[in-house]
Write a protein that binds this ligand. Structure first.
Ligand code: GLC
Length: 564
């Protein structure tokens, strides 16, 4: 159901065609605070040579689209040479581009083109492990005395036939694989084809930091740090406590006490950050934290670690619940750091499905956009989210591509469903390729695609463009603080972003029924304020008063308040 979109302050919003010219920040905050990030999964974004797999030239051809959308930085998931066991997260050369995606020259071309459009590029840094085909590992496994032996984690088994510890791989089974050449086991948190680097070895650190320097020279503005929780393991290999039940891969559940988020991580991060600071670069973390304290640690005691640790506690809140989101935002705010909000990525079911109720999915997609794109913090979007792309999971095991899906089948179908081709138009293969796409295009592409949604003022895409335009130009959305209001409302999430004499009020009905709300903003310092609707999905926007606001199911109401 598309609700009619009344865009009262349309004229106030910057035209969507212009570049997102960087907004000067009075507090001289890092550029990444005002940037909107957008994750591009290169295999699935745009295919320029029609081999069914997206590529760098494809991405370059879509920069205009991204600029118009309001994207300031793209994070490209791994496009380095790789055997593609985990679709690029198994890197065999950190300083090149996989031929399936193009060449280093294509990358430089893309970087230059993006710069012209004020779009920065963030690379994915697969920092925890390499491919088993990386020359470092090939050497490492060749003999116990090889130069690179200690670049990975090799151990004897506990007993004949018993791995060194009970640690369980995220991809199923033990984290240890016996290698016949030397009779020792190597450690792999993910697939066996992804051996973990030994971050206790300074030579590893040097080589990996040099990788970041290499890409900074190629114009990159930062890195998303893959699996950064997992850099270190207990050197004594204590067994992890075993919990009750099984995980989704069918293994015993364990508490990853000895191989997840070890304190040594932070020393590496501080040093990595120093290198980043030399290039005014940003570090974005794939940080799976479970508490405010853990999230806070990632910023560093002196804000000297990760600038943008992604808040997966927010992201994995699957229920559309005002109290739950309120609580999670409060947790993010309580860290004192600059929050980083994400609602979908290449590892989790798309937000359109996770939050959708099957009836109001389009409206809910807009509501989620209005939520995380107006919060205080930096948002990281996922390609296609702005269209309302849905998950299309494989229905037969023989169609599964994701290694996790292959192990987890049928209980867990893997991540192919959220990685399907970007939907550009309603033509063959949604305009992604003229060849055979590596994953099937969801049937929804006929209506949910860039071309169709661009010409529909009520589309999810147009709604994203409007929210993003607002967020780029409104000082309160850029710099204002966050203040929860009507905190006891079980259905409607409301908050203010306050900046001196102005504020933006965001009101989101997270329920499927009509809600009446009223606001008394005296305590918030906005007792007598001029109210002007900025963006709403309501048929009838409140006129100048906030004492009686009626909200349709899943309605969004965003207003500007100016002290009289
Ligand atoms: C991260 C990536 C995921 C990958 C894993 C192993 O979690 O996001 O896609 O499979 O690391 O590199």
């Amino acid at each position: 159901m598309f609700t009619r979109l009344i865009f009262v302050a349309f004229l106030l919003v910057a035209p969507f065609t212009s570049a997102q010219t960087p907004v000067p920040d009075a507090q001289s905050h890092g550029w990444w605070r005002h940037a909107v990030f957008y994750e591009v999964y290169p295999r699935s974004f745009a295919d320029s040579n029609n081999d069914g797999i997206g590529d760098l030239k494809g991405i370059e051809s879509k920069l205009g689209y991204l600029q118009k959308l309001g994207v300031d930085a793209i994070w490209i998931t791994p496009c380095y040479p790789s055997p593609q066991v985990d679709f690029g997260y198994d890197v065999s050369d950190y300083e090149n581009i996989d031929p399936m995606y193009g060449t280093l020259a294509d990358f430089d071309h893309l970087a230059a083109a993006a710069k012209k459009r004020h779009i920065r590029i963030i690379m994915d840094f697969v920092i925890n492990h390499t491919s088993e085909q990386h020359p470092w590992f090939l050497d490492s496994k060749s003999s116990k005395t090889a130069e690179h032996r200690d670049w990975y984690i090799w151990r004897d088994g506990k007993d004949p036939g018993l791995p060194p510890s009970n640690w369980i791989s995220g991809f199923g089974g033990s984290t240890w694989k016996l290698d016949p050449t030397t009779g020792q086991y190597y450690y792999h948190y993910f697939a066996t084809a992804q051996p973990d680097l030994n971050w206790r070895n300074p030579a590893v650190e040097k080589a990996m930091f040099d990788v970041t320097r290499f890409w900074y020279k190629h114009g990159v503005s930062g890195f998303r740090l893959d699996a950064v929780d997992l850099l270190f393991e207990d050197p004594d290999l204590h067994d992890n406590p075993v919990l009750e039940g099984k995980n989704e891969m069918g293994d015993a559940k364990t508490l990853e006490k000895y191989n997840d988020k070890l304190p040594e991580n932070h020393d590496v991060l501080r040093r990595l950050r120093k290198v980043a600071d030399e290039s005014d670069a940003v570090l974005v973390g794939e940080t799976y934290t479970e508490s405010a304290a853990e999230l806070k640690e990632y910023y560093g005691d002196h804000n000297d670690e990760i600038q943008l640790p992604m808040d997966f506690m927010f992201c994995t809140l699957d229920k559309l619940s005002a109290p739950e989101f309120r609580k999670q935002i409060a947790i993010a705010e309580s860290t004192g750091g600059w929050p980083t909000y994400v609602i979908s990525n290449h590892d989790m079911q798309r937000s359109y499905v996770r939050y959708g109720d099957g009836k109001h999915n389009d409206q809910i997609a807009k509501l989620m956009a209005a939520l995380y794109l107006t919060l205080r913090g930096t948002p990281v979007m996922y390609y296609g989210e702005e269209l309302g792309m849905t998950n299309t999971d494989p229905t037969r095991k023989e169609d599964v591509k994701d290694p996790m899906g292959l192990t987890g089948w049928p209980g867990y179908k893997g991540r192919d469903g959220e990685r399907t081709p970007m939907q550009w138009n309603d033509g063959p293969n949604a305009g992604f390729t003229k060849g055979t796409p590596w994953l099937p295009v969801p049937p929804s592409y006929k209506t949910y695609n860039v071309a169709s949604e661009s010409s529909d003022p009520n589309s999810i895409l147009e709604f994203y463009r409007r929210v993003l335009a607002l967020r780029h130009r409104d000082p309160a959305l850029l710099n204002g603080d966050y203040l929860a209001v009507n905190e006891n409302d079980p259905n409607v999430l409301s908050f203010l972003r306050r900046d001196q004499n102005e504020a933006v009020l965001v009101v989101l009905n997270m329920s499927g029924s009509t809600q009446q709300v009223s606001f008394d903003l005296a305590q918030a310092g906005f007792a007598a304020a001029k109210v002007k609707t900025l963006l709403t999905t309501l048929d009838t926007a409140p006129r100048g008063r906030l004492d009686k606001v009626s909200l349709e199911p899943f309605a969004v109401y965003i207003a500007k308040l100016t002290k009289e």
